[in-house]
Design a protein. Structure first.
Ligand SMILES: NC(=O)c1ccc[n+]([C@@H]2O[C@H](COP(=O)([O-])OP(=O)(O)OC[C@H]3O[C@@H](n4cnc5c(N)ncnc54)[C@H](OP(=O)(O)O)[C@@H]3O)[C@@H](O)[C@H]2O)c1
Ligand SMILES: NC(=O)c1ccc[n+]([C@@H]2O[C@H](COP(=O)([O-])OP(=O)(O)OC[C@H]3O[C@@H](n4cnc5c(N)ncnc54)[C@H](OP(=O)(O)O)[C@@H]3O)[C@@H](O)[C@H]2O)c1
Ligand SMILES: NC(=O)c1ccc[n+]([C@@H]2O[C@H](COP(=O)([O-])OP(=O)(O)OC[C@H]3O[C@@H](n4cnc5c(N)ncnc54)[C@H](O)[C@@H]3O)[C@@H](O)[C@H]2O)c1
Ligand SMILES: NC(=O)c1ccc[n+]([C@@H]2O[C@H](COP(=O)([O-])OP(=O)(O)OC[C@H]3O[C@@H](n4cnc5c(N)ncnc54)[C@H](O)[C@@H]3O)[C@@H](O)[C@H]2O)c1
Lengths: 94, 457, 374, 374, 457, 94
């Protein structure tokens, strides 16, 4: 991957990350932390590919751990975030 | 080729969904939609990954996913609301661990191409491992598994030395032409220890900020491993979370009025006592006060002398109107001797234009506090002091008080630690369900108004 | 010789206003007019002779009247006073033009140019000369104070250590200038105020002051901002709906007048009887017969346990500002025609000619002519 | 036989309040007490006999006094009335304990248990029994109305078609309960209000009502929320600064009283002389001598062109609510000791014992003892 | 290598500066800083480009830059403030032209590699050329060079056919194995005609939206050419502007209450008459009303009966306080007969707590309007009607009025076309410097408050 | 240039562009339009490179035009924007 392009992607992704949450209310800090925690659960995909390419038992073992942890990150992150956000069920305007 | 295309496209869509999801989650109005979008992105990315050409170990993969996913899902469902922060910590730690593990697999395969890639892999491994062990410690402390804050002598020096050594070992790996397994193992061990040592001395009150920091770390680590493996979806998701997490950490630290450096480096000195003293005055920001009321069904406002001093009556009424527009029932509870003369509150509320049918006196309203979601006490003190009910030695013993303390939540607006007319402390301010909104009432309610408006778009 | 403007102490007992105040006196002088005052003319309104600037003072009112080219007054001059005027004198003030044929005769006879400010056309430009409006504002304010002062109850809501007192209910009937001012004042004091008027546009006006409108379904919009008289049927309907509102209130203020006519009786004895003990009624229309059955002008009467106050000379209760407003209105009316110490009336001016009662021996106002049967 | 609570029509002329109102009467009955009332007891406050529920009525006050175990009154009973009481009767109300040694003697002699609500300890719990506060609230409101009603000027700012009237300046001296209420009421009417008090903490309280504080640099914070007397030096300094504020105001309301003592003269004749013509002074302390030199209790006097009003029996101007408040205060004081129709006084209670003037033939209150030289 | 690195790094920094610059420009507080940042980025990018290895024609380059830059700089400095929009249009058109020219050079060199690149180059050329000719037309119309809106019969059909033909020719270029010069020339001609034809029928009032749209187009074109030439700084700057410009176009259209499609496709029907009628009532949004006052030195508020009807006095006072906090001098001008009774406004302003020293009557204040930046007329009508001064036939002739019309700007808050007490039209509402803020005063001022707050961070 | 990466850059740049101006007040619409107009003046750089690589007179001519127009875009855009924004000179809080 071209280093310069990677840098641009990095820069733009950082801007995007910063901007999309720049006006978050305090009350959402924890849910948002949890939500972004969920998003990086996509590491699961990396783990899967690593495991998929693993050949030695050591690689397989570590790969297995990677997938296991990644899946836990994704699944747990989702459930917890979802539960926290249930508090904000949009109230009907009377 | 078609499969490659499908996979790439799916990752692309997933990346977009992640960004939109985060964006959604930053407003209460769209927060739930946000997590769902992100969830869809996750499922999509995971499913298409199975299609990646040339992969093995599918059985292991499925088992790992099923196992990790199921355990996390169930524990996430079961955990009490109050234990959420530590759950976030532990899941986040797992993400960090996964990132580190990926790096480890790559090291094990010895397939690193070029310095940059090795550098990124190593960085990711370092950050991921620190985040992993640090998060586990954070979890343990919040969960009560680890009871006491634990501080090494010369903690900061130890931290720095340890960090330098770890980085040095990492540097050696990057520079070395081939991967030296010993070095790698040492590196991981050092990183894990580093995370532990950094986190150990941090007090419970500061934990959420630290967890958020580790969360940003994990994001970065995932992003770096994404570079290593050449999966843009990982890069984007990781870096976006890294950036968002960093900002969030700053915001959280700011909301707590503690610079991050303070939290990490002088935890015992400034915040040490935090956990020990029971019944602290817990602060709340205007935004959260606004959200608590905006999403309440019934709010009872208890004005007192402080509202008069601040001349906040107009603002209070404006806030009331906004809340009512949002469907919240708001009423005023006037204590017989609130203020400094009979009818003090009446004069002011009338001036602000509060209709008489929203104003109730003690006898009419005292039964309603238990049904109120929020009691908003504005510059009142003695008239909501529960010691009047029980403490015979109190100078206000025997005076009937407004039962603000029975409300689900109590928000008290006052400028600082000032007492009321009778000059005594007020146990209400230390109650579990009480939050203090500091500031002169005029200005504090003004801020609340702004946030209520922002929430009512 | 400059124009001489004369002002006496008001001759009617109980009248404390004066048609000229020091500030305005200086403006007349700025236009080149000379002042001829009765000494102590402003006394009852707390204006001192020395504050009027360069003026000639006489101790007798008749001396003043004899010398003046333009006479400013508040209450209509009596026949005796009119007799003292030079022929052709310009007389400006309230004249109660409909009330006395005799006086009109004298005015014509002496060829007095008499302006009756009751007749002022109610057009925008004339608002600054409108004494009815300015004095009505004073009256409305005063009547609300009288009601509050005489009520045995608090007007505002008041929570005190042993309980809560609910705010008093105040009803204002007639939402002209005075009525609106009464509403505003009672509102300021914290009462729950409602207002009622036959003109439908008053609903918005009453509500614009934060008060409630009592809707009876009767409308009596008239020409020129005045109300017309109601039919018998309309009265009945009005009475029924109003009766309920009256029975509920703690204080009632009535301000419904029809210019040049006897005030309509809107509140019957029966309605008063249904009021709560301790209620207070202030009938601002007392001088022209009263809106309330049982009102005695200038007195406080009890009907059962309800106190009915029929105040008279209401603006005189606040002579400082009432005089100031009155004097400025008069100045705005007449000053455009004073130039370099001389009077030059412009009969083309619709305000001037509209307000003219008599001039050059003629009764000029068609409405008054008709009313007096001339 | 149940406890008999007796209430007469007040015996002092001009007093229109009554110590019991129908709502409260029902509460006493709920506690098992019987009521012995003079017929027409509540008349002057617009309460009708039939509203008091089951009660025995007598036409003569003395009959009531003879039969009652507990007598509730507003104004102190005269010697003649005291003579009618059964020995051991409990007497509750205002007693002016410092004013008459003779009456105290009779009370001791007849072994009357007399509670003087002037002596009520000013602790939080006792606020709901504090008649001084509740009646002061009434007085403050009334005095502001009296000032507005008598002022020859508008209180509020008023822009009308021919000009603008600037708001009146009102100064309130003494910012206790009554003073604050006067400030609030004058403020409501739109005046520009300032307040003054020797106690420094009143600055914030005055400002909390949107009024200005007149700072003279003299403080007289006393114990228990009462003010102490000032030294001669302090008076001079106060006088100087105050003089200026007084000269500027259109209406002055004074409410500074020191319980049990003659009211301090704060406004000298000289200060009054410097006031503008048409200014109004309402001296709420008139009954105890007045804060203003030249006040005559119960009368309106003119000093030059300044009107000085010394109203008496002020709460009687608003008998309905003043009585309601008073009666509730009394009920809150005595009712905790009425159980199942019997009286059981708990002398451990600091409020009860603190407010006790005489009991079992003794003068119980140290302060009064000292003041009367006993 | 070092030079390559320097160039890359500089482009990277320039891209960041562009983004930060745009971000800055989206808030009045930081707008000036924003343009400076972007400017620094521009200079940096331009200067390092000279260092690019293997370039020729430096003399031409310098001449072109000097010529183009100088002319644009000088004309930009000289142009009157009111002519700004057309200047933006013409500069934007030049950017589009430049993008198209770059594509042309690439076509001329015949060096296009691969379908994707050709596709992007062609797209960029199309968009750039359309933006160029369209912008020139927009400029000509706004500048008055071209006087009339000009509409073909079956305009929309012509547009569509022309667009399809152009795209078809473009497609042919992309598909063709080698570059056919004829095709290219035809393509550019078609594209230029298309831009012209689209823009011709659009009326002057809608022009700003169209210019913004072309601005976004140019951004896209630049981005595409950036891909073609492999310069990420161009890509980023172009696409960011493209996205920002698209959003901005939407926002502008929304602020004008006209969907973009309307503007482009039915221009004559809906907006045609706009230019002809002189002295229209010009609307203003709460945000702009807020900005006008927030950045004013002196504001005079003229309340009338409408404020009373709306009960807006509390809001008005709140707004006043906010403006004063921001350093604006605000006073109230009360007309002798404003409202429906003497002192009507006084009662209300007193209720809202407006201090008396901020309230002036006609005689005191009428001289000050000429020095006021904004006269805010809230529900007043007759009392600010200039015809009272001159029109003898008017029922209010001779009544003194408040000289609100002499203020720099006049903002009138009212609900609609309602007249006042006297029932007559008010010429003030049609004046050049008058803007109408529609809505009940309570709600309209409420919105203004929100925006004033947003501007005062 | 890798097409997929380009797409990511495109996507991120679009997000960034959208987010950074998402809360712009109406009063800034025109200056911001002008400012973004200035930013795409960076096309000048593209023009310079194109001209730098031009060989035939035709190429040189077109390249010259590209640079000329680009420079005008950049210079004019800056001046105009700067002038518009001068209105927003930060006022001192009193
Ligand atoms: N009603 C009467 O007739 C009367 C008469 C005399 C005495 N009292 C006594 O007065 C008391 C009334 O109770 P209360 O609850 O109304 O008042 P309070 O007990 O006096 O308490 C006032 C509270 O307001 C806060 N405060 C002061 N200024 C403020 C500002 N600008 N903004 C926000 N908060 C402010 C103070 O805390 P901070 O300093 O931390 O801000 C304080 O805690 C009772 O004890 C009553 O007995 C009443
Ligand atoms: N002061 C007195 O003593 C007195 C007495 C009698 C008559 N007058 C006459 O009353 C007039 C007073 O003039 P003015 O300028 O105060 O009022 P005005 O001329 O009556 O105009 C009122 C304006 O307010 C607007 N409006 C009404 N409701 C509104 C709302 N809820 N929100 C926003 N705007 C609203 C109306 O337009 P929309 O309908 O379009 O909203 C109208 O243009 C003069 O002509 C005067 O002569 C005065
Ligand atoms: N345009 C102008 O220049 C101008 C000047 C002054 C007054 N006005 C308007 O003229 C109107 C009348 O003012 P005014 O104060 O002189 O009125 P007024 O003294 O003639 O009458 C007082 C009020 O009593 C009402 N009324 C009459 N009969 C009634 C009945 N049977 N029941 C209930 N109400 C009854 C009238 O409608 C009027 O509102 C007001 O709306 C005022 O604003 C206009
Ligand atoms: N804690 C309680 O339960 C309680 C109950 C009732 C009243 N209070 C407080 O007690 C205080 C006194 O109340 P009050 O109304 O009975 O007072 P008061 O009637 O005794 O006196 C009226 C006011 O006059 C002032 N004054 C006295 N001499 C003065 C002088 N020379 N110049 C200027 N001012 C002078 C006093 O300071 C006081 O404020 C108030 O602050 C009130 O809030 C407390």
């Amino acid at each position: 991957m071209d280093g310069m392009l990677a840098l641009y992607i990095f820069m733009l992704a950082a801007f995007t990350g910063y901007e999309v949450i720049s006006r978050v209310p305090v009350i959402l800090h924890t849910p948002l932390m949890s939500g972004s925690n969920f998003v990086h659960g996509v590491v699961l995909v990396g783990g899967m590919i690593a495991l998929g390419q693993a050949e030695t038992p050591l690689e397989q073992a570590i790969g297995f751990v990677a997938v296991l942890l990644g899946a836990a990150n994704a699944a747990g992150g989702y459930v917890v975030t979802e539960r926290m956000l249930a508090m904000f069920k949009a109230k009907e305007k009377k | 080729m078609a499969i490659k295309w499908l996979i790439d496209a799916s990752y692309f869509v997933a990346a977009i969904l992640f960004i939109l999801g985060l964006k959604g989650m930053s407003s209460p109005v769209s927060a739930r939609k946000g997590i769902v979008w992100a969830g869809v992105g996750m499922v999509l990315a995971t499913v298409v990954t199975f299609l990646t050409p040339g992969m093995n170990n599918f059985a292991l993969m499925v088992i790992a996913i099923a196992l990790g996913g199921a355990v996390a899902w169930i524990s996430g469902k079961k955990v009490a609301m109050t234990d959420m922060p530590q759950m976030v910590a532990i899941y986040n730690g797992m993400g960090g661990g996964a990132a580190a593990a990926i790096a480890a697999v790559e090291f094990a395969r010895g397939e690193m191409h070029g310095t940059v890639v090795t550098l990124l892999a190593t960085l990711g491994a370092l950050i991921g491992a620190v985040s992993f062990s640090g998060s586990v410690v954070a979890w343990a402390k919040l969960q009560g598994v680890m009871k006491k804050a634990f501080r090494l002598p010369a903690q900061n020096a130890v931290n720095i030395v340890l960090a330098l050594v770890t980085v040095a070992v990492g540097g050696a790996i990057v520079i070395a032409p081939t991967v030296d397994p010993l070095l790698v193992v040492a590196f991981f061990v050092l990183a894990l220890v580093l995370g532990t040592v950094i986190t150990l001395p941090i007090g419970g009150a500061d934990m959420p900020v630290v967890i958020s920091l580790f969360n940003a770390f994990t994001g970065l680590a995932v992003g770096f491993e994404g570079f290593v493996m050449g999966i843009p979806a990982l890069i984007i998701a990781g870096i976006v979370v890294g950036a968002a997490g960093t900002l969030l950490t700053q915001l959280m630290a700011k909301a707590m009025n503690r610079p991050i450096s303070n939290i990490l480096f002088v935890p015992m000195a400034a915040a040490g006592g935090g956990e020990a003293v029971e019944g602290e005055q817990k602060e709340v920001g205007a935004m959260d006060a606004a959200a608590m009321m905006r999403y309440a069904s019934k709010v009872i406002i208890v004005p007192g002398y402080g509202m008069a001093v601040a001349g906040a009556q107009h603002k209070v009424w404006e806030m009331t109107e906004l809340l009512e527009e949002a469907g919240v029932e708001v009423v005023f509870a006037i204590h017989p001797v609130a203020g400094r003369m009979p009818g003090h509150m009446n004069v002011l509320l009338a001036e602000a234009g509060v209709p008489y049918d929203k104003i109730f006196d003690l006898e009419e309203i005292n039964g309603d506090f238990a049904q109120a979601d929020v009691a908003l006490v504005i510059g009142a003190n003695d008239v909501v002091n529960p010691s009047a009910r029980t403490d015979k030695s109190s100078p206000i013993y025997g005076m009937p008080i407004l039962n603000a303390d029975l409300a689900q939540n109590v928000i008290v607006v006052k400028r600082g630690k000032g007492t009321g007319y009778s000059g005594i402390e007020n146990a209400l301010f230390y109650k579990d369900n009480t939050r203090l909104l500091y500031g002169s009432a005029q200005q504090a309610i003004g801020e609340v108004i702004q946030h209520v408006k922002a929430l009512s778009v | 010789m400059p124009l001489v403007i004369g002002v006496t102490k008001e001759l009617i007992p109980g009248e404390r206003r004066v048609a000229l105040v020091p500030d305005v006196a200086k403006k007349y002088q700025g236009l080149g007019a000379a002042l001829q005052l009765q000494s102590g003319a402003g006394e009852t309104a707390y204006y001192r002779d020395e504050d009027f600037g360069v003026a000639e003072f006489a101790s007798e009112p008749l001396t003043v009247l004899k010398k003046a080219d333009v006479v400013l007054q508040v209450q209509p001059l009596g026949l005796e006073a009119l007799a003292q005027l030079k022929p052709g004198t310009v007389l400006v003030g309230l004249q109660q033009p409909w009330s006395s044929r005799e006086r009109v005769d004298v005015l014509m006879q002496k060829r007095i140019t008499c302006f009756a400010l009751e007749l002022l056309p109610r057009i925008s430009r004339a608002q600054s000369m409108d004494v009815l409006s300015s004095q009505a504002a004073v009256s409305g304010y005063e009547c609300a104070l009288i009601a509050a002062d005489h009520s045995p109850k608090f007007f505002p809501m008041l929570t005190y250590a042993a309980g809560t007192i609910r705010p008093a209910k105040v009803l204002v009937i007639g939402a002209g200038v005075a009525g609106l001012q009464a509403i505003a004042t009672a509102k300021r004091l914290g009462a729950m105020v409602s207002g009622y008027d036959v003109r439908p546009e008053t609903r918005e006006q009453i509500e614009s002051l934060g008060a409630k409108f009592v809707d009876t379904g009767v409308s009596a919009a008239g020409a020129g901002g005045y109300a017309r008289e109601l039919t018998e049927d309309e009265r009945r309907q009005q009475a029924e709906k109003l009766g309920k509102a009256i029975a509920e209130c703690d204080a009632l203020i009535t301000t419904a007048a029809i210019p040049g006519k006897k005030a309509p009786v809107i509140v019957s004895a029966d309605m008063v009887a249904r009021m709560k003990p301790g209620s207070v009624v202030v009938d601002m229309a007392a001088e022209t017969g009263g809106n309330v059955a049982g009102t005695v002008a200038g007195e406080k009467t009890w009907i059962g346990e309800v106190l009915i106050i029929g105040p008279t000379h209401i603006p005189s209760r606040m002579p400082v500002h009432a005089s100031e407003m009155y004097a400025k209105n008069l100045f705005n009316f007449i000053s455009p025609f004073i130039k370099d110490g001389a009077l030059a009336l412009d009969w083309e001016d619709e305000v001037l000619s509209g307000a003219c009662l008599t001039h050059a021996g003629e009764l000029r106002h068609a409405g008054v002519k008709a009313a007096l049967g001339l």
